[in-house]
Ligand binder design. Structure first.
Ligand code: ADP
Ligand code: TRP
Length: 325
């Protein structure tokens, strides 16, 4: 099966990215043809500092490799290294009704949070559809917030195939991880653009500060608490084994647990999981050439695939065929 997904380099990766998406990206590299890319064109809807954009882009690559991406199994590349995606996006835009984009939740959420409603932000789902369709992906592993974008991709593929009476574009399916929506320290969806994240590779002191500041209600220690409504427990579920989770849930219902206690345990679990990877990450971060080389090789493979698909698209729409440059 062909698997494809992307992550925006709009800031350091966080637990929402990991449990919502990256963990399954790493798992899926076994036994599948996996393509993962760093969506730097998409990140330009929020990052307008050139130095920051290129630094975050490189850091996402380092993070993926530190978290277990194996470049001999999966193809890892930078979105902008395959500029053909912009051409497919334009072609899709010409068969996409404006009403479809008007319905995008993510666009509405973002402008509500103060992100500038640029044409790029509005067009974002078209570029994302091109990312997916260019590689004929069967499944797209993502968190809940991206599912609508994949449904829009299905619509665009269908509309293109219908308009040009062809079947060159393949209908992709979303694939959700167990943790489809990880809460941030304020209880809202954890997101780089919402300043509520706990990074995967925070320095230990920083992570502790953030975990201790997770928003909770003001139920007194002695009182029973609802385990389904606690942000700390929601995060602890991702890191602890099932028995420990059941035990905490039991203690919540009985009363007598303080949120500080659960936060301290959450921090311990965080350190147990991610501290050992920090060293690997530091080694990779020190070897810029190695990481850049992986991205270059990834781009070469991705570009070859992209070109095969575009040739069929050019033919279907009546654009002249071109040689790969
Ligand atoms: P962000 O919202 O922080 O900018 P991205 O949009 O780059 O993150 O998302 C990268 C991947 O991580 C996507 O598949 C997205 O669905 C997933 N993801 C992001 N935040 C969360 C979250 N809080 N819970 C679950 N998955 C998430
Ligand atoms: N929009 C996605 C996000 O914010 C990132 C992304 C861009 C993506 N292109 C993609 C994800 C294609 C999956 C497939 O998370």
């Amino acid at each position: 099966m062909r698997i494809l997904s992307g992550v925006q380099p709009s800031g350091p990766l966080h637990l929402g990215n990991y449990f919502g998406a990256i963990q399954q990206h790493i798992e899926l590299q076994e036994g599948n043809e996996a393509f993962y890319f760093i969506a730097n064109y998409h990140a330009m809807t929020t990052v307008h500092d050139p130095e920051l954009l290129s630094r975050y882009t490189h850091e996402v690559a380092v993070d993926y490799l530190a978290l277990g991406l194996d470049p001999t199994r999966a193809v890892l590349f930078r979105q902008s290294d395959v500029p053909e995606v912009q051409e497919l996006a334009w072609i899709l835009a010409t068969v996409t009704g404006k009403g479809l984009l008007d319905r995008a939740h993510s666009y509405k959420d973002k402008i509500q949070r103060g992100i500038v409603p640029s044409m790029g932000l509005y067009y974002y789902p078209v570029l994302m559809a091109a990312d997916i369709l260019l590689y004929r992906a069967d499944q797209v592993p993502v968190g809940q917030d991206q599912v609508q974008h994949i449904e829009m991709t299905q619509d665009m593929a269908q509309s293109f195939n219908h308009t040009y009476r062809t079947d060159v574009l393949k209908r992709p399916e979303p694939r959700l991880n167990r943790a489809a929506r990880v809460p941030g320290i304020d209880g809202e969806k954890m997101s780089k653009s919402y300043h509520n994240t706990i990074g995967i590779f925070e320095p230990p002191g920083e992570a502790k500060k953030k975990i201790m500041s997770i928003k909770t209600d003001s139920t007194p220690v002695a009182d029973p608490k609802d385990p389904a409504r606690c942000n700390v427990l929601a995060l602890l579920r991702l890191l602890a084994g099932p028995e420990e989770v059941a035990d905490w849930e039991d203690r919540y219902r009985k009363g007598g647990v303080g949120y500080g206690q659960v936060k301290t345990r959450l921090y311990e679990l965080y350190e147990e999981r991610f501290a050992p990877l920090r060293e690997r990450r530091e080694r990779l971060a020190a070897d810029r050439d190695y990481v850049e080389d992986i991205l270059r090789q990834g781009a070469r493979r991705a570009r070859a695939e992209a070109h095969l698909l575009l040739e069929q698209v050019w033919m279907a729409v009546g654009l002249p065929r071109r040689r790969q440059g």
